[in-house]
Design a protein around this ligand. Structure first.
Ligand code: PMP
Length: 383
């Protein structure tokens, strides 16, 4: 009889020592039964609206016409050009001012912008990455996984970047800036970003939530060949499930990035759904307006607790509560969970550990959240 091989218990050190990406809210969500439809998930900054049925039908029709036994295009030329054409008018339409000259050479697509982040950290020289915390955790996650050193430059009192250009050294491979910033929700000052760009270092400006602030630094793409803008279709476009992220940059950066991208990585279904959405984006514009209105409503109802937000989420500062003294974000998180609402909390994340982040939902969901928030306050003050 053949001998059985021993179980492998040694793996790459970096991989073995990397923390798993598994926020508590996702673990709790997985535990909840599928049929618990009344659960409101306000932890992932998703769009509360699914794609309308008539748009899904157009997608189904497109899928009927493609051969799924065939690979997609090798380098997604078609959809990249469609995205470039779309952005040329979309940015104009949303008043951020643009240059109408994006072409497919300026566009790379990924399986969510997460995947593009994982590529970006590998294409520049320099073994150090500047991350301005608190911010989106995936910058650190992928950088560490690839053995890069993290240089942490904390955001100032207002959660804004300040004098980051002075931190650039020859070791700096790239700088990540998130605007509006996740989880704080504020925009980063353009002046400060320009000062970093002027140093010539690659700057990845993550505009995942910029549809809700109607801002972009897209107009600087031609002036600064070191500027990389990330956008995603997971938030305002309501397509988190299809995993589509976009990078907009100088064509040299795009072509280098495509050297390391897996061939055929953008699958046909994602491509067809995205194509459908770009041809039918009016609902997106309506949803953005709805979410901005709801953000204003929630912020006014949560006055004193809510940080000013330019995104589709709001960070609530529980530490500022005097009538809830002693309530930790952990306790608040559990309270909401028991009431069928999942929020995002930040254990051990400096400066946001006493805060929770909520996604702006539908009016009904927001009302349920507000009622629960008030009940929590009453329950605690009654103790
Ligand atoms: N950037 C930021 C700031 C985010 O918050 C997210 C999603 N949570 C992403 C990028 C990733 O988006 P996706 O991979 O869905 O495109």
């Amino acid at each position: 009889m053949r001998k059985r091989a021993k179980k492998i218990d040694k793996f790459n050190d970096i991989v073995m020592n990397s923390p798993k990406y598994a926020p508590q809210s996702l673990q709790d969500l997985a535990k909840l039964s599928e049929c618990e439809k009344s659960i409101i998930n306000l932890s992932r900054n998703e769009n509360p609206f699914d794609i309308p049925e008539n748009i899904k039908e157009i997608f189904f029709e497109k899928v009927r016409q493609v051969s799924l036994n065939r690979y997609p295009e090798l380098t997604s030329e078609n959809i990249r050009q469609k995205i470039a054409d779309f952005f040329n008018s979309y940015f104009d339409l949303t008043n951020v001012g643009l240059t109408r000259d994006l072409t497919k050479e300026n566009i790379a697509v990924g399986n969510g912008s997460d995947e593009l982040i994982s590529y970006l950290i590998r294409i520049f020289p320099g073994n150090e990455v500047i991350i301005c915390t608190p911010t989106f955790e995936m910058y650190e996650f992928y950088s560490s996984l690839n053995g890069l050193k993290i240089k942490n430059c904390p955001l100032n009192q207002e959660f804004e970047i300040e004098d980051i250009h002075k931190e650039i050294t020859e070791k700096t491979g790239l700088v990540f800036i998130c605007s509006p910033n996740n989880p704080t929700g504020n925009l980063q000052p353009e002046e400060e970003i320009l000062k970093i760009l002027e140093t010539g270092v690659p700057v990845v400006l993550d505009e995942a939530y910029a549809d809700f602030s109607k801002t972009s630094m897209i107009k600087y793409i031609s002036q600064y060949p070191n500027l990389v803008i990330l956008r995603t279709f997971s938030k305002a476009f309501g397509l988190a499930g299809i995993r589509a992220g976009v990078l907009i940059a100088n064509q040299e950066i795009v072509s280098q990035l495509m050297r390391i991208e897996s061939p055929y990585s953008f699958n046909i279904l994602t491509e067809k759904m995205l194509e459908t959405m770009l041809e039918n984006y009016n609902t997106v514009l309506d949803n953005i307006e709805y979410i901005i209105e709801e953000r204003t409503f929630l912020s006014s109802q949560l006055k004193g607790y809510a940080l000013k937000s330019n995104a589709n989420f709001i960070l609530l500062d529980l530490g500022s509560l005097t009538d809830m003294k002693g309530i930790t974000s952990n306790m608040a998180y559990k309270y909401f969970l028991q009431n069928g609402i999942i929020v995002r909390r930040y254990d051990n994340v400096p400066r946001v550990e006493n805060k929770i982040r909520i996604t702006v939902g539908t009016r009904e969901e927001n009302r349920r959240f507000l009622a629960c928030f008030r009940k929590m306050k009453d329950d605690v003050t009654a103790i």
